[in-house]
Every structure is written in structure tokens, then in C-alpha cells.
Design a protein. Structure first.
Ligand code: ATP
Ligand code: MG
Length: 565
């Protein structure tokens, strides 16, 4: 037991369930799980919870976890999503067992099992249209009514189902239904649809081979069983579907019966975790795409600068339970902050530049100053940064007048330039509108990386970048995508969830100056810009060709200390 946390952390209910199965010798001690996304969008942070759970259980119990695409709904699915999902699962650090599986791999078998159900009088072809099926279904208080087609002969059902497959009927003209119980208190058991007709769509895996498609509730248990899954973990909304999951497997000839276990979905405040709604955000251009750094998708979080470690850590911290809850965004932000605090090299970057001229520093002189890459980690080494007569500091780090709480540069007072000298502001230069455009300073040669010896106290330390050596960049700062903690719940009939979008969730700073060591940074590299937060080089350049850096997360500590809030 190398990890202390692991030994202390109580085992969640699914681990306990499997412990018992193993103790009882069930499944010969084997554990096989699967992650079964529908390729109708990109994965989001909610899926990460499911991925960490399924792959985590497999790893823990020396078992296997399959990746299976639940691709029974061809109209909404795309190969692009298949590829993106594979990439995201791998990026999170998980390896699926063997080849990628598709529910569509089993279309022939699923069809044959349907024929078996028909032959055993357990399924029938129904001619009711969708509206009629609904009106026959009854309500929670009232039982449903049997379909007039329920008692078709087995022969007729076999023939009609064959014709459905062969394309004799139009969409919606007929469906295949399970013959269970129209008065079941569980609505899912009231003769659920097993197959529907779908013409004119090209399936991303099977092309135009099929015009009938199996329903999820029928497909899922059989796919699980065919793959020898032992524990089929899914979210709570499927709890009421479990009797149907079991019914399907109990009524066909198959020698495997996985156990479905439900856990609660992840909900995250100030965002949305539903592929349908995320699709809407993309389609309606509220965001720039699935990988917009504001999106709670894995692709968005990656582009924003999140690490797989932080996301896995987050999933670990939120735990696995059966009760619905909504996690604060701060929990996720803390995970990435903690990880980046450990691994991100420190750099200086000026986001709102204000020029400082150090009058007593010789013109043309350049010093290479040494700066640590991490204040607590000597092993991360040092870098050399050029210092010269002209530097940029941040506009927010200067005031003409201020009280003692303000520990930055004030006219007539001193401040330390980080990793360099103490400077004193002597004079400000303003433009016609009265805006400060330059500060004239002097520096003290005796103060390089040490405090002045004459007893003056210089408390403030600010960051800077040499003008002549600065790398120009565009920096993007992000805020929450919604200004309501639960946009889904807040949405009413007259107001969609999109009404709660935070219009100020993206702030673009188009002229920032980075220290010279940030000259050639590859996409995805992460840094702490001292006093500003953690940043990651974007995959794209700005319109005018500058590198873009995304702020992954703020430095909470700095916010507190700087008095910005
Ligand atoms: P969405 O509503 O976002 O489309 P989904 O459940 O329809 O989600 P699937 O592709 O079917 O999406 O999901 C694959 C797996 O991920 C399922 O087992 C599902 O239960 C799980 N999952 C989806 N969303 C969450 C979530 N928010 N928290 C935990 N698990 C989730
Ligand atoms: Mg789904």
C-alpha cells in the first residue's frame, strides 16, 4: 500500500458490492466493466466520472474495461465523435481492453435474439403509431391498454419482422415490442419497443446495411453479456430500467448475466453536463466549438490547460454515491491548481503593460539574471532572463497615490522587481487624456536579489518583462460559462438555459508581453505566470499571428493577497 490516502479512504458502495461478489466466488472472481458512450457528442466532465469509475474498478480488481460505442441512433452519431471519444479516454490515461467495440458489431446477433423472443411469444410487431403507443401506455396511476396487435401469431410476427428488416415498411409504420405487462407499475415494462424502422440514414459503422435499429434498453444488456461484462455501471436514471435489462437477458439464450449497478450523475455548478445541451451551445455558436476552453468537455478542459491527473483527482475526490448532488466549480479548480502548483514552471508575463524607463540604468546594457523555475523545487532548475533599461510592468501594479495596504509601485516609493532590483518611481508621463503611459524610475544597483542594506523596507514585489526582449502574445482569461449555478434548473418555459450564459466569460487581452524564455512554446505547455495564474499555450494563434495563452485557473492566493477582491 504505497498510497496512504488509498488505505484510509472508505470503499464506496460499488467497491463493496464487488468485494462481496468476489468473496462469494461469483464470475470466478473476474471483474469486467465497460464504458459505453453514445458517439453523439464530445465527452464531458460527467463522463470522466464514469470513465474513472469503470476503468478504476477494472484496474483495482485486476480486471478489464471495454470501450464500447452505443451506436444505435445513427441520425445523431458521427465518426468525428468516435475519434474524439477515443482520444479523450486515452488522454485521461486509460487503456481499454482489446479492440474498440461497437453495439453495431452485434446487430446481427441482436436481430437473432429478437427472432428468438418472437418465437417464444415474447415479442410482437405492433402497427400502432408513436402517438397511439403513448396513449395506450397509461400513466403512473393507471395501467396501460394492450395493443390490438399484441396477439398476432408467432408466424405472422416472424414474417412481419423479416419484412421490417427487408425495408417493406416506412419509418414509424411498425415497431417490434417486447410482450411483458401493460399493467406493470414500472412503465418501462409496459411492452417497450425493441426495434424501430429508420430509413435514409447512413450509419457511421454499418452504412446502409440496416433499416431497423435496436433500442438502447434492448441493446445494452445484450452487448454487455456478449462481452462478458460482470458489472454494468450506469447512472441513476437507469435504475427503473434495470428490470427490463434483466428481463431481456432472462428471456434469451445467453450464458452471461451482468449485474447493473447505478450511481449518481455528476452535476457541476455554473456549467452544463448534457451532451444535448452542449451540442446546442456549439450549434448556436455560443462557444467556438466543442473544445472551446470554457466548455466542460474533456477537449475543452484539455485546451484550457487541465491535466489528466487533475481530472482523475477530481473524480476521486467527489466519490461515488447514490445520492444526487451538485459539485462546486471550486472543487475542480482546486484540483488543477494543486497539480499545476507542483509541476508548472514559473514565468513572468505582463498582461496589461505599462512602460517603465529606469533612468540610471545604462542604455544598451543587458544583464542576464537568474531566476528559479519553481520557488520550492530546486530540482526544476533556473532560467536566465534579460534585464534592461526599459521594462513593462502591469498597469495594476502602479498608482500615483495609495495607502499602506497597497504593496506595489507608488509614485515616489520603492518596489522590488521580482528576481531583479528595487526601483523607485520618480515621475509619471501622461498622454493628453491624462492616462499614465510611462513611469520614470531609478534603480538601486546594490539590491539585486537582496534587500537594501540601509534598513529601508521594501515589501512589494512585482513582475516585469524587458521591453526589448518581450514576446508578444494574446492572453485569454475565462470566467464561468453561466452566471447561474444551475442553469438547467433555472430554465423555465419562457427561458432556455442559454438565457443564463455569462456574456463576459471570455476576456481577450490582445497585447501582452511575456518573458523571452516563452519565445517558442508548444501548444499545451503549461506555466504559472507569476501573480497572474496558470496558463497554457493554445493550439491556435491569434488573428494577427501571436501565440495565444489561455488562463487555466487563477491563483486564488494572489487574489486574496492582492486585495483585488
Ligand atoms: P448526456 O446526457 O450528456 O448525453 P449520456 O448518459 O446520454 O449523457 P452517454 O454517452 O450515453 O451519455 O454516456 C456514457 C456513460 O457515461 C454512461 O454510462 C453514462 O451513464 C455516463 N455519464 C454520462 N453523463 C454522466 C454524468 N454527468 N455523471 C456520471 N456519469 C455520466
Ligand atoms: Mg445516453
Amino acid at each position: 500500500m504505497s498510497d496512504i490516502n488509498e488505505t484510509i479512504k472508505p470503499r464506496h458502495f460499488i467497491q463493496q458490492y464487488i468485494d462481496k461478489d468476489i468473496a462469494a466466488g461469483k464470475n470466478e472472481g473476474k471483474v469486467a466493466t465497460r464504458f459505453p458512450p453514445e458517439p453523439n457528442g464530445y465527452l464531458h466532465i460527467g463522463h470522466a466520472k464514469s470513465i474513472c469509475l469503470n476503468f478504476g474498478i477494472a484496474n483495482e480488481f485486476n480486471g478489464t474495461c471495454n470501450l464500447r460505442f452505443d451506436d444505435t441512433n445513427p441520425g445523431k452519431e458521427k465518426e468525428e465523435f468516435v475519434r474524439a471519444i477515443e482520444q479523450d479516454v486515452s488522454w485521461l490515461g486509460f487503456e481499454w481492453n482489446g479492440d474498440v467495440h461497437y453495439a453495431s458489431d452485434y446487430f446481427e446477433q441482436l436481430h437473432d435474439f429478437a427472432v428468438e423472443l418472437i418465437k417464444n411469444g415474447k415479442a410482437y410487431v405492433c402497427d400502432l403509431n408513436a402517438e397511439e403507443v403513448r396513449s395506450h401506455r397509461g400513466t403512473l396511476q393507471e395501467p396501460g391498454k394492450n395493443s390490438p396487435y399484441r396477439d398476432r401469431s408467432i408466424e405472422e410476427n416472424i414474417e412481419l419482422f423479416a419484412k421490417m428488416r427487408a425495408g417493406h415498411f416506412a419509418d414509424g409504420e411498425k415497431v417490434l415490442r417486447a410482450k411483458i405487462d401493460m399493467s406493470s407499475p414500472n412503465m418501462n415494462m409496459r411492452d417497450p419497443t425493441l426495434y424501430r424502422i429508420r430509413h435514409g440514414v447512413v450509419h457511421h459503422q454499418t452504412g446502409e446495411e440496416w433499416c431497423i435499429y435496436p433500442m438502447y434498453d434492448y441493446t445494452h444488456p445484450i452487448s454487455d453479456a456478449l462481452e462478458g461484462i460482470t458489472h454494468s455501471l450506469c447512472t441513476l436514471e437507469f435504475e427503473d430500467h434495470r428490470p427490463l435489462y434483466d428481463w431481456v437477458l432472462d428471456n434469451i439464450t445467453i450464458n452471461c448475466h451482468p449485474q447493473q449497478i447505478e450511481f449518481s450523475r455528476l452535476n457541476l455548478q455554473y456549467t452544463i453536463v448534457s451532451k444535448r445541451k452542449l451540442t446546442q451551445l456549439v450549434d448556436e455558436h455560443h462557444v467556438s466549438g466543442w473544445d472551446d476552453p470554457r466548455m466542460p468537455t474533456i477537449a475543452g478542459l484539455r485546451r484550457r490547460g487541465f491535466t489528466p491527473t487533475a481530472i482523475r483527482d477530481f473524480c476521486d475526490r467527489i466519490g461515488v454515491t447514490k445520492s444526487d448532488n451538485s459539485i462546486e466549480m471550486g472543487v475542480l479548480e482546486n484540483c488543477i491548481r494543486e497539480d499545476l502548483n507542483e509541476i508548472a514552471p514559473r514565468r513572468m508575463a505582463v498582461l496589461n503593460p505599462l512602460k517603465v524607463v529606469i533612468e540610471n540604468y545604462p542604455e544598451g546594457k543587458i544583464e542576464e539574471l537568474e531566476a528559479p523555475n519553481h520557488p520550492q523545487k530546486e530540482e526544476m532548475g533556473t532560467r536566465r532572463i534579460p534585464f534592461s533599461r526599459e521594462v513593462y510592468i502591469d498597469r495594476n501594479d502602479f498608482r500615483e497615490e495609495a495607502n499602506k495596504q497597497y504593496k506595489r509601485l507608488v509614485l515616489g516609493k520603492e518596489v522590488r522587481l521580482r528576481n531583479a532590483y528595487v526601483i523607485k518611481a520618480e515621475e509619471v508621463i501622461k498622454d493628453n487624456s491624462g492616462e499614465v503611459i510611462e513611469i520614470r524610475c531609478t534603480y538601486d544597483t546594490e539590491t539585486l536579489n537582496k534587500n537594501p542594506s540601509d534598513g529601508r523596507k521594501v515589501k512589494g514585489v512585482i513582475h516585469w518583462v524587458s521591453v526589448a526582449h518581450a514576446v508578444e502574445a494574446e492572453v485569454r482569461l475565462y470566467d464561468r460559462l453561466f452566471h447561474h449555478p444551475n442553469p438547467d434548473a433555472a430554465a423555465k418555459e419562457d427561458k432556455e438555459f442559454t438565457a443564463f450564459i455569462n456574456e463576459n466569460s471570455l476576456e481577450t487581452l490582445s497585447q501582452c508581453f511575456l518573458e523571452a524564455t516563452l519565445e517558442s512554446v508548444i501548444a499545451g505547455e503549461r506555466f504559472q505566470f507569476e501573480r497572474e495564474g496558470y496558463f497554457c499555450r493554445d493550439t491556435a494563434n491569434s488573428e494577427d499571428g501571436k501565440p495565444i495563452f489561455n488562463r487555466t485557473v487563477t491563483l486564488r492566493d494572489t487574489w486574496d493577497k492582492s486585495g483585488k477582491n
